[in-house]
Ligand binder design. Structure first.
Ligand SMILES: Cc1cc2nc3c(=O)[nH]c(=O)nc-3n(C[C@H](O)[C@H](O)[C@H](O)COP(=O)(O)OP(=O)(O)OC[C@H]3O[C@@H](n4cnc5c(N)ncnc54)[C@H](O)[C@@H]3O)c2cc1C
Length: 539
């Protein structure tokens, strides 16, 4: 352990025996409200501004996202030949994470030709990084209704009930499908699925593959896509603009070859956007748990063709992001560790919140501890609190941490930290976009031909997603969007390929007196771009 931590760690160790006996009650709703409004980043008004034009005109969102939504397309005035598309397919899927792979498989099952185009390699995504698990009501003392109630409560009753209903009801079928593809869920000695409890839930319903659930999910989904020869995959080819027909329907997309900068025109009868979340915008300067391609590309792409966003101003800051050592800043420490009994502890050695409160409440409580001087400062000026992981072995016997959380043991082990023996410093990390493109129960948007699935969509989780509900969301709505897109394609002809929506968008921008700050989608954060490609330059 680094020297600067030893003094604080001694305080923490001195209170461990006492803390194990301590039962911290869950907060009353009024107390939750208070800690959220005072400390949660979503309530920091100066971080927000109104969107000045477009379908969400007048709605508030963070400056970073507002700039993207009001940003201009990288397709400037230069001529782009739309008359000779490089590909003509029934269904175009954008995004190679869990929702995109699922949508591609299901669209193909519907008998349609499918092209999956993705920004990086197939599987480079947030899905592959998911650790804790997927929520499914499988136990006798549980039900989809109970799952619905928990998710509604966690989402502050802002969830779209129709979306949530289909998500919890489809869940048992989804787990059967994943099982049939070969996902290796943890099971007990009798072969029954093991369940764990997640924050904000009344029942244990979290299915996991140790602490690398997303890796295993993505492994089988990726294999299934690659084994399906009729699904064509193009990598390193992000979408930079959608194409629309005369009636405003989406009819294809323009991709950019990241190696050659060449534009690739794709004509499709249905387009499914499954491009994931927004963590790499580093909203309010937070570090992030997200992969490098998570730049919220769906939001400006869909906004420009007239699709509405739902809750564009709410984000999930996961309570336990690593802050030390510096190389790990932002990396997720899975919630499964808190579910397993780890304590959150301030510099005085005290627990300050029930660790299984919903994420937003835990996040706000950690920020409160740090702002009120009860945090610990790292040599590089980050503030955080302890996550006492060794207490899990103290309570359950030696070896439990290593057995249950091999992924986390390895991640910290690379930096010489043995989490079974040492506490770690954590602070909230930007993790998830609660809102996104507004969809119906089949992933459809208000724009004909345009479907959205997974983290890019919004509504099902209200303003705060519970642990394990995103992996479920991406498979449920990936499935539904894939099926619906295939069905539409089966009964539709190819539409014209135009950029008419851009003319309208630019006219709205001009009428609102807005000079765009940037081009969008962003594609990659500035710090991984070549210097010649910083934001505002070529995209
Ligand atoms: C570290 C971590 C741990 C998590 N743990 C859990 C958990 O235990 N349980 C849970 O339920 N949820 C968890 N989540 C959340 C969950 O993993 C994600 O919300 C979910 O996997 C998102 O899936 P997706 O398919 O929507 O997006 P992603 O999996 O991120 O896939 C998006 C894909 O789109 C591609 N893309 C992006 N932009 C473009 C573009 N312009 N054109 C083409 N392609 C593009 C990306 O490269 C990527 O391949 C976790 C998230 C993280 C980051």
């Amino acid at each position: 352990m680094d020297d600067f931590l030893k003094e604080y760690a001694a305080v923490l160790e001195a209170t461990r025996a006492h803390r194990i006996q301590e039962a911290l009650p869950l907060l009353r709703d009024s107390d939750k409200e208070e800690v959220l409004t005072r400390f949660h980043p979503d309530y920091k008004r100066e971080a927000y501004r109104a969107i000045r034009f477009g379908p969400n005109q007048g709605d508030e969102t963070v400056h970073e996202l507002a700039a993207l939504l009001e940003g201009d397309s990288p397709l400037g005035t230069e001529a782009i030949d739309l008359s000779q598309p490089a590909y003509q397919v029934d269904v175009l899927v954008l995004g190679g994470g869990g929702s995109g792979a699922t949508a591609a498989l299901k669209a193909r099952e519907g008998g349609q030709s499918v092209l999956l185009a993705t920004k990086l390699r197939l599987g480079d995504s947030n899905t592959v990084m998911a650790e804790g698990g997927i929520q499914v009501a499988v136990r006798e003392d549980d039900s989809p209704v109970q799952h619905f109630v928990d998710a509604m409560h966690g989402g502050h009753y802002k969830n779209d009930p129709a979306l949530l209903k289909v998500m919890v009801e489809d869940a048992p079928f989804i787990v059967n499908w994943l099982d049939s593809l070969g996902v290796l869920f943890d099971r007990d000695d009798d072969g029954n699925l093991k369940v764990k409890k997640g924050g904000g839930t009344s029942r244990a319903r979290l299915l996991a593959c140790k602490d690398y659930t997303g890796l295993d999910l993505m492994r089988v989904l990726k294999d299934s896509v690659l084994n399906e020869e009729s699904i064509r995959v193009i990598e390193f080819a992000p979408a930079i603009e959608l194409l629309t027909g005369a009636d405003g329907a989406v009819t294809g997309a323009v991709l950019r070859n990241l190696d050659t900068d060449q534009r690739i025109v794709v004509q499709a009868k249905s387009v499914i956007i499954a491009t994931g979340g927004i963590g790499r915008l580093h909203i309010q300067n937070f570090p992030t748990s997200n992969h490098f391609g998570a730049t919220g590309d769906a939001l400006p792409l869909c906004y420009r063709v007239g699709a509405r966003l739902t809750y564009p101003g709410t984000f999930q800051y996961h309570p336990t992001g690593a802050i030390h050592p510096e190389q790990m800043a932002g990396l997720l420490v899975t919630e499964a560790i808190r579910s397993g009994g780890a304590h959150l502890v301030n510099r005085a050695g005290q627990r300050f919140i029930n660790e299984l409160e919903a994420r937003d409440v835990v996040c706000a409580a950690i920020i409160r501890e740090c702002m009120e001087g009860r945090g610990i400062e790292t040599p590089l000026g980050r503030h955080g609190v302890w996550l006492d992981i060794p207490v899990i072995d103290t309570m359950n016997g030696e070896g439990v941490v290593k057995r249950r959380y091999p992924g986390m043991v390895r991640k910290y082990g690379r930096h010489g930290i043995n989490i079974a023996a040492e506490p770690v410093l954590i602070y909230p990390t930007l993790h998830y976009q609660n809102g996104g493109v507004q969809i119906g129960t089949n992933g459809e948007t208000e724009i004909p031909g345009l479907y959205v699935a997974g983290e890019a969509s919004g509504g099902v989780h209200g303003t705060n997603r519970l642990m394990g509900n995103s992996l479920l969301d991406i498979i449920v709505f990936g499935t539904r969007a894939g099926q619906a897109a295939a069905e539409r394609a089966a009964g539709t002809e190819h539409g014209a390929l135009t950029l008419a929506h851009l003319e309208q968008f630019r006219a709205q921008m001009k009428a609102a007196g807005v000079t765009p700050e940037t081009t969008s989608p962003l594609l990659l954060p500035n710090y991984v771009r070549r210097p010649s490609e910083a934001v505002g330059n070529a995209n």
